[in-house]
Design a protein around this ligand. Sequence first.
Ligand SMILES: Nc1ncnc2c1ncn2[C@@H]1O[C@H](COP(=O)(O)OP(=O)(O)OP(=O)(O)O)[C@@H](O)[C@H]1O
Ligand SMILES: [Mg+2]
Length: 343
Amino acid sequence: MRGRDDLVDDLIERVTGRRVTALLGPRRFGKTSVLGKVAAVVENAGTSVIRLDLYETRSAADLAVRLDRALSTARGSIGKRIAGFAANASLNIGLLRVEFARPPSQRPDADTSLDLLLDVMVEAALASPTLLVVDEFTGIQGVPGAAGLLRTKLQHHVRQIGVVFAGSEPSAMAAMFADQAQPFYAQADIVEIGPFSLADVTDIVDHGFDATGRQAGRLGGLVHQVAEGHPYRSMQLADAAWVRTPRKGSGEAAWPDALQAVRSRSAPGFEVLFAAFASAEQVVLRALAGGRPLFGSTLELFGSSSGAVQAARDRLVADGTLSRELRIVDPLLADWIRTTLPL
Ligand SMILES: Nc1ncnc2c1ncn2[C@@H]1O[C@H](COP(=O)(O)OP(=O)(O)OP(=O)(O)O)[C@@H](O)[C@H]1O
Ligand SMILES: [Mg+2]
């Protein structure tokens, strides 16, 4: 992973200083990769790491199983302590999923298991330097009361345990820390992960081509022009050019074919994705992709009401399809809309 040195350093400083931090950014911007790097660095320095992924968590049992898995795969010296504390609580760590698959009368109670697992996590983390990484934190909202419970378990220990949260729906994630009604209100510093700069992309592309005996030429700039700094799209386009570049060849020469290939590979997915948007959302996306104003003549063109368009715009910002500045986050989706549905 390249191009994120400043962010990684900043996060390491924060978690080492025990400042609870929330990393926010759109989908596919590299949050999980950055957290992985932070985890690897602190782990090398002797800190244990527990990684909990809450993507689309559905129930207390689901959350308990994920926490059980996170504890059973924790890295560093904490593993032994977790096993010890869990045994004291009669928890068979790593096996909760199997236990939940038993007939109802033999199944453990999900809320009790969750409570016990959280206690084990906190006890073990207090006994040795630990970083808790919670990815896709907004997923916890799928389990009523779980965010409050986690807050209660952690609240007196955040000076001792490093905690970093990450999430992909920027508005929902920000609301979890900025909305007074939420258990984690004002509990974390918010750090945003932004797009790659032109310099980042050029550095990544030049380095990748150099290191494998190829020349990038102007490829970095060409990638950046289309991907607009979107990290995953930048890497996807650069990779498509790389696989089409023979040893000693030039990435720049492979660019037209690479772009074409990525466009046609993504088109079927975009078709399905676009069809699933409500019609007012489609109007907003088409207007923004085509560089039209959202209201006025656009409303006449599509016969939409301004109330519906406003609500659709807000939904698209909330789910991360649009940035707060009302740009379509995925540049290839915007490109697909422009070419398939020109205005
Ligand atoms: N700094 C980077 N260097 C190389 N590749 C990167 C970098 N950042 C992101 N990527 C690419 O983008 C992809 C998405 O990254 P990652 O999964 O870390 O993002 P995310 O924000 O956690 O995404 P999601 O919203 O899907 O959870 C990676 O598989 C990788 O290909
Ligand atoms: Mg992720």
